[in-house]
Design a protein. Sequence first.
Length: 135
Amino acid sequence: MSLEEKFDKRIAAIHGLGDPIAKSGGTGESPMDIRNAEFQAMADVFLGEDFDQTKLRQVEELQITLHLKQSELAQSYEAGKIRAEDYVQSVNALLEETFRQCENILGQEDFLKLFGAPRSQLAGLVDQETFLNTH
């Protein structure tokens, strides 16, 4: 079984897919618990279950902060407080900085294993032209 298949299987288990009990009411966990379980599954599969938990907690904290700041930016954009161009630039700068910090914690090799691409390829994930054309 490939790593991607193992990861898919872990995510399906987290969300109770294929479990008749889960279909009736979900997992009962908070979104933060689910996000933590998803991150741990990703780390276990792609970095190994014995990977340094201190590093993983640091990376997970960065991911949580990223999601919170992205949400704040989205709210500012939707409220008309920032322009679309500023939103895209801010999100991309936030992603770049978060990935840089994650790579500093993990090292290049483990960053690549966990995120599936080198940091240089993940920069600018939100394409400004596409975003502007759709919004």
